[in-house]
Design a protein around this ligand. Structure first.
Ligand SMILES: *Cc1c(COP(=O)(O)O)cnc(C)c1O
Length: 403
């Protein structure tokens, strides 16, 4: 029996993947079990910062796997300290809490913020998030994600969560009061459709947080780890959060996440207040350190900007020819193209992704109808060129079918 048929028998049906089964990857290319080749513009949803199976990560993981994988947080391992130091030396943060996934990092951030508030006054536990946000699918993070498809049908949500429109400072100001302990925001909304916060919005939230003695939490799980062209996207706005969460690209394919905080805020959590078994084990943090060292090496992040310029230029060229997008937005190599929804050319991002896959190109969707690209931060020029040849072929063929 082919793997695809077995998938439906043994995997819980929470995803609906297309037929190909991927067996091998290298750089920005992957191959399926029939040895068909694909260019990967999806990057495992902004996870594969260095591409598939990068030698630097293979080496770090192999070496650590042969040395010390896991001990538990009851004892210290050296890679966790080393990787945390890389984060604190290169960001606003002074303390790092290691965990395993984005949702866990946000859960830790929200717990820290709630404790910060509740230690002052029991009622100071409210949290503001924004429409179309995505913060996770567990506990507090689900309550902070104001999308019905994610939170409905699971019984009562954690109370105390409110939302207001993204990039609308007046609405945020009206929603807040002194019982808020946190504002959580993505500087770039990923799942929500690659919506980019204005500098004024982030600056305004910073001021509102100060006014209400609430903490400002930046969810950089998708926008962080070099994707924006800076190590973290907050560095583009000049606005410093109190807490930042990082995951996806941080491990380059190895599951690892981190919550970063300023020291005076981190200290509201004491021994026994929060924890995780796997979080920050030696293997995961050796992977994170290898990724961070690569991102921080001379010229790497400048290369992200160059590739982003090249890709958005090519998208604009395609759009000038085929009028397939109504808008193109990007923060570095996190790129969104709203699908043109006018008349005969109308088709969905989902349809485009399905058709592209059949032509050997992996792309993602986001929001209600946005094509999303999140390729490896080191995608080679040749793969950009070949990926765009395939994309243009798909778009041109669609147009000729519809005209
Ligand atoms: C993916 C994502 C999450 C959740 O991360 P998981 O690792 O899937 O739990 C949270 N916030 C943002 C912005 C994300 O993109």
């Amino acid at each position: 029996m082919k793997t695809r048929a077995r998938y439906d028998q043994v995997i819980l049906p929470t995803y609906a993947p297309p037929a190909p089964v991927f067996v091998r990857g290298s750089g920005s290319q992957v191959w399926d079990e029939d040895n068909n080749n694909y260019i990967d513009f999806g990057g495992g949803i902004a996870v594969l910062s260095l591409g598939h199976c990068p030698p630097v990560l293979q080496h770090a993981i192999n070496k650590q796997a042969a040395t010390l994988m896991h001990l538990s947080n009851l004892h210290i391992n050296a890679p966790a300290v080393h990787a945390a130091q890389l984060l604190t030396e290169h960001t606003f943060a002074e303390r790092v809490f290691w965990c395993n996934s984005g949702a866990e990092a946000n859960e830790a951030a929200l717990k820290l913020a709630r404790r910060y508030g509740v230690m002052q006054r029991a009622s100071k536990s409210k949290v503001l998030s924004f429409e179309n946000a995505f913060h996770g699918r567990i506990g507090l993070t689900m309550a902070a994600t104001p999308q019905s498809k994610i939170r409905e049908g699971f019984g009562p949500l954690a109370p105390g969560f409110y939302s207001s429109p993204y990039n609308d400072l007046a609405a945020a100001a009206a929603a807040l009061d002194n019982d808020f302990c946190a504002i959580i925001v993505e500087p770039v909304q990923g799942e929500g459709g690659i919506n980019i916060a204005t500098d004024e919005f982030l600056q305004g939230l910073r001021a509102l947080a100060k006014q209400h003695d609430a903490l400002l939490l930046f969810d950089e799980i998708q926008s962080g780890a070099g994707r924006s062209g800076k190590l973290y996207a907050y560095m583009n706005s000049g606005v410093i959060p109190d807490i930042l969460t990082s995951a996806k690209g941080l491990g380059g394919g190895f599951p690892v996440a981190a919550m970063l905080a300023a020291a005076n805020i981190a200290e509201v959590l004491n021994v026994g207040n929060h924890g995780t078994t796997y979080g920050g084990n030696a293997l995961a943090t050796a992977a994170a350190a290898a990724v961070l060292e690569t991102l921080l090496a001379d010229g790497f992040l400048a290369g992200v900007e160059e590739r982003a310029a090249e890709i958005t230029r090519r998208l604009t060229d395609i759009n000038n020819k085929h009028h397939c997008f109504s808008a193109i937005r990007n923060s570095g190599l996190l790129i969104g193209c709203d699908m043109e929804e006018n008349g005969a050319k109308n088709w969905s991002a989902k349809e485009l992704a399905t058709t592209a896959l059949a032509e050997g190109l992996i792309v993602l969707t986001a929001g209600s109808n946005t094509l999303r690209l999140a390729p490896a931060l080191n995608i080679p020029a040749q793969d950009i060129k070949e990926g765009f040849a395939r994309l243009e072929k798909v778009i041109a063929a669609h147009r000729s079918r519809r005209s």
